[in-house]
Design a protein around this ligand. Sequence first.
Ligand code: NAD
Length: 478
Amino acid sequence: MPQQFANFINGEWVESPEVSPNINPSNLDDVIGEFARADAEQTQRAIRAAADAFATWSLSTPQQRFDVLDRTGSALLERKEELGRLLAREEGKTVAEGIGEVGRAGQIFKFFAGEALRIGGEIVPSVRPGLTVEVTREPLGVIGLITPWNFPIAIPAWKIAPALAYGNCVVLKPADLVPASAWELVKIIAQAGAPHGVINLVMGRGTVVGEALVASPLVNAISFTGSVATGRAIAARCVASGKKVQLEMGGKNPMVVLDDADLDVAVEACINGAFFSTGQRCTASSRLIVTEGIHDRFVEAMKARMVTLKIGDALAAETHIGPVVDAKQLQQDEDYIRIAREEGGEVFGGERVPGASKGYFLAPALITGTNNAMRINREEVFGPVASVVKAKDYDEALALANDTEFGLSAGICTTSLRHATHFKRHVQAGMVMVNVATAGVDYHVPFGGRKGSSYGPREQGSYAREFYTIVKTAYVAS
Ligand code: NAD
């Protein structure tokens, strides 16, 4: 009988009428546990608990908030090996990637512990005599957090930590596919001393729990990470009801490789950006835009490197690329590989790989001979699939990089300072990488995109306060 995992509402573990199994994508016979699937009524209870707790948590001292966040960060860092393995087991990224992600979550809590102490304000002389103006920041209230499956602990962490640091209370709804990491995280936060109701975990379906969060008048803001279609629908409803909303969504991130690039640097950046974490990163380099003079050498070097990658069980030490997260995503990856072939692309790799256990193993695919109008270059695949577009020169490469509805991350591999500088300024993306993979970011600086990839204020770093606080202007007569 698999272990049962309940929701966390108002400081108590609360079972749901329904449960859903959490299955290891490396080994479909391995059930990690059965996780509660809340209904709308349980979600309402969690929202009410958060609203009640806000009365005191919003007035807690910065020291109190620092202590909870700092203890959470320490616990995550101490347990990163164990939790990293759990993450790899439920999501399918490798153990090294899982441990790295848990470590990052720990650092995020440490960073926002410090931010709790750094909430200042401004005193501004009034333009009128005898008055002083104070500008301060206050928490918003109850924040609904809706997260995707591909970063099961880092994304909940980078939303929960600033929410709590600035005095808000939270209802977290993690992705249905990967609730175990979020469950452990919430338990750690509770053990670190978060008062009842400050952090609530409600697991279950987006159409039930997520919908209830978005619909509730007691929820003051929604921070969402996930697909474009879901994000846009949520934003429309939030705007209609006057809720603050922040969206991080998909990408079709370009990596430009110029003739003057260091070939080894370019190949490593592209292999990492396109295929590590099974390509299941919103910042993955899915479009490799390569100028004519280096194109053929680059493609051959990529193929030679791809065949050295070991695809297999996420928990095995020798694995470079773990499985695809589930059957639906595997189907989507294979559909796009087929579509790319039908569009005239030439596919290298992309076949299923037999594993020691039953799992969703797919070899990375490199698709050459594509142009930017093809669906493979316009739509997000979200798997280990990258296509190559040949460009005449730098100017054409930049134009191709910007010819997309997305704008999350963009990269360039070049030894030219002039091109690197021009690219940083002119590429339409929230994050720009020079001679390094488009995926993989620091935890203390802003994260986010433009165009169809993001909406609302940036996440992470001190910029996170734009979303999680509201400004008050006070006039004081002396
Ligand atoms: P998804 O949109 O299917 O689900 C995201 C979350 O929304 C889940 O928790 C889901 O249960 C919930 N949800 C679904 N329907 C809902 C509804 N009607 N109302 C409220 N909530 C609802 O996305 P996913 O498949 O979990 O994640 C993959 C996507 O996430 C990709 O597009 C990827 O690019 C994106 N992503 C973006 C970033 C970023 O920071 N830009 C980071 C990671 C992932």
